[in-house]
Design a protein around this ligand. Structure first.
Ligand code: EPZ
Length: 430
């Protein structure tokens, strides 16, 4: 398994191009299942999670064409998806266990075919992550749901029916799944307490371009007037706000300056305000964000994760690492997932001063120095936090289990090397 070696202490300076958003691309791919025509997605990130989703779609009958492309001079992928007819209505355990987002096939296949079998993903490193909100909403729309042998079996006679659905929690995944299911349902569906993450707005845009009738984009009440048929479309994936936020921290933690090309400040207001309050200079431009911490002394800031537009749980680990280099204390509270502090024991090995209180809160105290160490993490964002700590640390850090990073950070070493980091991938064959 590959490892990443970082020699810390370099001040990062330059530009980083922000790729298309993984968490937008995954539901967009599945939206293509709603039509027998071609859906083309551009500005797609080059990531193992995208390859995993593509493999699942191929296994159920989708024809995928892949093209190398350039957006603003940066390498990217364009994929065309066409599911003329399904060869299987089953999303097997082998695919779903590798990538939970496989559950995005549930709503579209059920809406188009009236039957689907999806392996339940089970828990993961950051929490239990049940699917009850998705399933209760589909039942309200007339689906019969049974759990047998680890699989959800969902059936409906005729079409799904529009319903008035109130989510008990603003789940990102359930909002996407029910949006897709409702697009082809009979009648009108109203989702109250819908999630408002920008990736959902991107899905609404694609679905409307495919002929869906969805209003309320970017609000917590979505109204979907079901239509009989959807058609093909071409769509450019939005920039990855979490990748942008992660590299913003790379600038701040090394007291450097990075311009995040293609990043949208509007989607990152809460994290950018934390950086500003900590003492980082932020310049918001039309198509980029400049993060400048050169010569700055940062001060600890309390952080509490929340649904959008609150502070994203997907940036909690990275900002926690940053607070280790700030003066004073910061209280970091995780409210979305029940087990998302797995980076802390590894950071402690690098000289961090962190006290965890229960499952949800940690007091982080700035330290005068972090020291390189061999570390490993159990999920994508936690792994990036270790990379960040390695960039700021004295000496060498080796991050193992790099496959976590490959799921969500495109060309990570290349991007960081481009702004002056001393980072390399060590290929291992075992
Ligand atoms: C999405 O996961 C993202 N994944 C996650 O990104 C992100 O952390 C999360 O949203 C929150 O922003 C993708 O977009 C592919 P949720 P999702 O449903 O949809 C509970 C990353 O690193 N819940 O909003 O699974 C759940 O257990 C990742 O890129 C239920 O209880 O998130 C969790 O505690 C990881 N029942 C909370 O809600 C349900 O039916 C938030 O989950 C659904 C969710």
């Amino acid at each position: 398994m590959d490892k990443i070696k970082i020699t810390g202490g370099k001040v990062l300076n330059g530009e980083i191009y922000i790729s298309g958003a993984k968490n937008a691309a995954l539901p967009l791919i599945c939206a293509s299942l709603l039509t027998d025509e071609t859906v083309t997605l551009t500005n797609m990130p080059i990531l193992s999670d995208i390859r995993a989703m593509n493999a699942l779609l191929v296994s159920i009958g989708t024809q995928i064409d892949e093209f190398d492309d350039f957006v603003d001079g940066h390498p990217t992928k364009t994929y065309s998806y066409r599911t003329k007819e399904f060869s299987s209505l089953i999303a097997p355990y082998d695919y779903v266990r590798k990538m939970r987002a496989s559950y995005y096939v549930l709503g579209p296949i059920l809406a188009r075919e009236g039957h689907v079998e999806l392996s339940l993903p089970g828990g993961c490193a950051i929490g239990a992550r049940p699917m009850d909100i998705h399933l209760a909403a589909l039942e309200q729309m007339g689906a019969r749901i049974e759990i047998k042998n680890g699989y959800v079996h969902a059936d409906v006679d005729g079409r799904l029916k529009g319903a008035h659905i109130i989510f008990r929690f603003a789940s990102v995944g359930a909002t996407c799944n029910i949006l897709m299911a409702a697009a082809l349902a009979e009648g009108t569906t109203i989702i109250e307490n819908a999630a408002k993450e920008p990736e959902i707005g991107d899905l609404v845009d694609l679905l409307n371009d495919m002929g869906a009738k969805i209003s309320g984009k970017d609000t917590s009440v979505l109204t979907i007037e079901g239509v009989d048929k959807l058609h093909g479309a071409r769509h450019k994936v939005i920039a990855d706000r979490i990748e942008a936020g992660s590299y913003a921290v790379a600038a701040a933690i090394t007291r450097g300056r990075i311009e995040l090309i293609n990043a949208r400040a509007a989607n990152l207001q809460t994290p950018l305000n934390i950086l500003r309050n900590a003492g980082v200079l932020i310049q918001e431009k039309e198509n980029s964000i400049v993060v400048d911490a050169v010569g700055r002394t940062l001060t600890g800031q309390d952080i509490m994760t929340d649904v959008y537009p609150g502070f994203p749980t997907d940036l909690q680990a990275q900002f926690l690492a940053l607070m280790l280099t700030a003066e004073g204390a910061a209280m970091v509270t995780e409210t979305i997932f029940e087990n998302r502090f797995m980076h802390i024991p590894e950071l402690l090995r690098m000289g961090a001063n962190i006290n965890v209180h229960g499952h949800a809160s940690a007091i982080v105290r700035g330290v005068s120095k972090l020291y390189g160490a061999p570390v490993m993490a159990t999920d994508l964002r936690a792994s990036f936090a270790l990379i960040l700590a390695g960039l700021a640390a004295e000496g060498e850090t080796i991050v193992s289990r790099v496959y976590h990073l490959d799921r969500g950070y495109e060309r990570l070493e290349e991007k960081l090397r481009g702004v002056g980091a001393d980072i390399e991938r060590i290929k291992e064959t075992d």
